[in-house]
Write a protein that binds this ligand. Sequence first.
Ligand code: UDP
Ligand code: MN
Length: 335
Amino acid sequence: MASSMNKVEDEAFVTLVTNDVYSYGALVLGQSLRDAGTTRQLAIMVTPQVTQAMRRQLTFIYDVIQQVDPLDSQDAAHLALLTRPELGITFTKLHCWRLTQFKKCVFLDADCLVLQNVDDLFEREELSAAPDVGWPDCFNSGVFVFRPSEETYQGLLQCAVGQGSFDGGDQGLLNTFFNTWATADIKRHLPFVYNMTSAVSYSYRPALEKFGRDIKIVHFIGTSKPWRYSYYPETGTLTAPDGGNYHAERYIKAWWETFYKRVRPRIEEEQGIDLSGKFGKLHLEVSPSGSPGESSPTEDPQLQQWEKGQMDYLGKDSYQNIEKHIDTVLNDKSK
Ligand code: UDP
Ligand code: MN
């Protein structure tokens, strides 16, 4: 349960979700941060597509739920961006610079899993990040330290409009904007264990064996997200989705164990939903083609209802409790 006791109030871990499927990732990520004993705030940016039911789940882990709408700004840079619809998701992530109620933040992609406390990241300065395995002179934008600032946000928008993103995503844009990262200050290079993009298990296995125990954050880059695997709770085994790049099984298992043991009970308790599918497996996303930006259909009618935001678990009392919790969170943040 989110609580603001003993918390550093002006520093936060921040993530983003644009749909309910990525929200499973965010629930596990947030839980893993709590389990690692963070003393910082947890904030999540959500777009309007995220259902009310999922937002309620998110409020049990995140202190701040910030709705961001890619189409709500009136400024000139944004109007120009409207002619560049391919930069939509990019633009959404940039909203993290507008969380100016915080002095310093660490952004984490929703497909990250924290294995050990990483509060020491707040000792770093903007922009600190780990190298990208594909091109190590660029940083990977799945984990980065930043300082919220309206000025920086506007600068990033100008950069997006003027130069665009060389890879069509946020990583290309951020590497263009923070273009001295590779050379200016080694302290801004996070060790790789803070953003272990898990395809490395195939590219440099001996290093994984030697340094594996130091890994603090696993980042499941690519199309084979953990929630696309099937998990069999009785045996603790997994089936990989069709196609894509596969991750080392031990980390996918760690993700699923967090989901199964720590997140699922809260979903069942609060919503009276049985997530275990007909075949004794947990399967959060069925369609292998699950295109970004939309939830995939599922075989489980209960889960289908849930994803549509139609559930009957809202007994008066539990609803009031949830409302109360949301109010507390909102009041806390408006101070
Ligand atoms: N994201 C999202 N919805 C999407 C795609 C991306 O919410 O449909 C957010 C989410 O936080 C995700 C991040 O943007 O972790 C970056 O995308 P992704 O992790 O899929 O990229 P990768 O790390 O595989 O390059
Ligand atoms: Mn990612």
